[in-house]
Write a new protein. Structure first.
Length: 263
């Protein structure tokens, strides 16, 4: 690819992304006004680009409306609770969108493959989850589920890039290394997970993600197409005039710690 065509492709991506982010801002205004409750689940292969996808969706939006949930390992207390309990605590109130960066689907995925739950628990989970999600939807929550895929070759490239790039090394965890080694174990687990939890009411949407930029444009466009939002007219605001400086105002002369200018 020539330098010229590469630049044109990058420019088109940025232009497309900005247009979609404007639409996401319209969606945000509609969510607030309508009181909608939306849950978006992102699952998929390690290094498939879930974090980057979520960042592009939310980076121009209010974190008070579009809330990202990426739960850590459960505490000892949480391990004694109902499995879904800590996820239920994160569900949206009116006027909120909750984006799960990994979700309750940890059980049939990483927990099952790594032996953190029993095979019986994983099977039982797969049987019950469609009922749990049907309850959410019947309660008025809109649920959207995405699964990002990546090829073996592309995943290996991304892992190796993380190994050598100081800005990406924090992304590489022992669990990532295990997911690389256990590619086929995860393949079997994910195939069954998708088969048993893909329902007409709560379908899975697969996002091919070897090309991250195309994946982002495709996924954001699809998400916007699923939600029947309307553009809410922006209420024009007039700044007006500043109040006058008080005659008795004297600037504080005390020394302050100022960040030194280096550029």
């Amino acid at each position: 690819m020539s330098i010229k065509s590469h630049k044109a492709r990058s420019w088109n991506y940025e232009d497309e992304l900005r247009g979609l982010q404007v639409e996401l801002a319209h969606l945000q205004a509609w969510v607030v006004k309508s009181g909608a409750r939306i849950v978006v689940v992102f699952e998929g292969r390690d290094a498939a680009g879930k974090g980057g996808m979520i960042k592009r969706i939310t980076e121009r939006l209010s974190p008070r409306v579009f809330r990202i949930v990426a739960l850590p390992t459960p505490t000892d207390r949480q391990k004694t609770q109902l499995y879904m309990q800590r996820y239920m605590e994160q569900m949206p109130a009116a006027g909120e969108v909750v984006i799960f960066d990994r979700s309750w689907y940890n059980r049939p995925g990483v927990e099952r493959v790594m032996g953190f739950c029993s095979e019986r628990d994983a099977k039982r989970y797969l049987e019950l989850t469609p009922h749990f999600e049907a309850y959410m939807i019947d309660s008025g929550v809109m649920l959207v589920k995405y699964f990002l895929t990546v090829s073996e070759e592309e995943q290996e490239k991304r892992f190796r890039r993380r190994m050598h790039d100081p800005l990406r090394q924090w992304k590489l965890s022992p669990m990532d290394i295990e997911s690389y080694r256990r590619w086929w174990d995860y393949s079997v687990a994910y195939d069954e997970m998708l088969r048993m939890t893909d329902t007409p009411q709560s379908p899975w949407w697969i996002v091919p993600s070897d090309d991250k930029k195309h994946a982002r444009i495709n996924c954001i466009s699809h998400l916007l197409s699923l939600i029947p939002y309307e553009k809410i007219p922006f209420k024009k605001t007039v700044l007006g005039k500043r109040n006058k400086r008080p005659k008795r105002y004297v600037p504080d002369k005390a020394e302050r710690n100022v960040v030194p200018a280096i550029s």
